[in-house]
Design a protein around this ligand. Structure first.
Ligand SMILES: [Zn+2]
Ligand SMILES: [Zn+2]
Length: 244
């Protein structure tokens, strides 16, 4: 089980089932030390994000560190993501993923170009989620080289393998590309339903299988996760100051 789960959806995502308090309660019960709430950005055209969460909510549990984030969407316009500037001053972590706002069935080159442009144009993104989603194929080496240059971690996503949106073999190819390039990774549950919280059972053995160095996993423990998030805070501050 993870100590630091940096990819969790609440009821504020249309696909999430639980309130933030339910997620925190369960996280505390199972011994999670760090949780990032990362609901979907507005580009999916669904869900209900509220500034009250970002500006005013405080976790009632001192033993469980809460980080506030979003899982942004790659938009069809080259280099664009659905950042919410109003929330940016309060955001700790930003994920980015390809989701059904992009139509599936395009080439590997097409999705790779979009992802590379989105990462390069938005240096405040911290983690690229589920690059091994087989609906949106990516060139792992190209994406890993871009991510390494920008300090972004590529995610090993427990839910995608658990619910067969990807395979262990495909996840292994992603890890091997990161190892060859020297790109850092994250491992997250992508929780939508409560019992998924902190889960890494479907993918954690793959790190050993690939011989991936665990010191390259940014959330290998709670301390490493906090250090990663703090090391990237300035990028968000700078983005707010030079907001287009
Ligand atoms: Zn996602
Ligand atoms: Zn997600």
């Amino acid at each position: 089980m993870l100590e630091a789960d940096l990819h969790v959806h609440s009821l504020f995502s249309a696909c999430g089932l639980h309130t933030i308090l339910e997620l925190l309660d369960h996280g505390r019960a199972i011994g999670l030390k760090t949780m990032a709430i990362t609901d979907h950005g507005p580009g999916l055209g669904e869900g209900r994000l509220t500034s009250v969460f970002f500006e005013r909510f405080r976790s009632p549990y001192p033993g469980l560190t809460l980080y506030k984030g979003l899982e942004l969407n790659v938009l069809p316009e080259r280099g664009k993501v659905d950042v919410v500037w109003q929330f940016m001053p309060f955001i700790d972590i930003l994920l980015l993923g390809i989701h059904p706002n992009l139509k599936p069935g395009q080439s590997k080159q097409f999705y790779t170009d979009l992802v590379v442009a989105a990462l390069e144009n938005n240096p405040f993104i911290d983690i690229l989620t589920h690059p091994n989603d087989t609906n949106y194929p990516l060139d792992y080496h190209t994406v890993a080289e871009t991510a390494k240059r920008l300090g972004v971690a590529l995610e090993l996503n427990n839910s995608k393998v658990l619910y067969r949106r990807s395979t262990a073999e495909e996840a292994l190819l992603l890890i091997q590309a990161c190892k060859e390039v020297g790109c850092r990774m994250a491992v997250n549950s992508d929780t939508h339903a409560l019992l998924e919280l902190g889960g890494d059972e479907s993918v954690r053995p793959l790190f050993g299988k690939a011989g991936f160095p665990m010191e390259m996993v940014v959330n290998r423990n709670a301390e490493a996760a906090s250090a990663f998030i703090e090391s990237r805070r300035e990028l968000k501050r700078a983005a707010v100051q030079s907001r287009p």
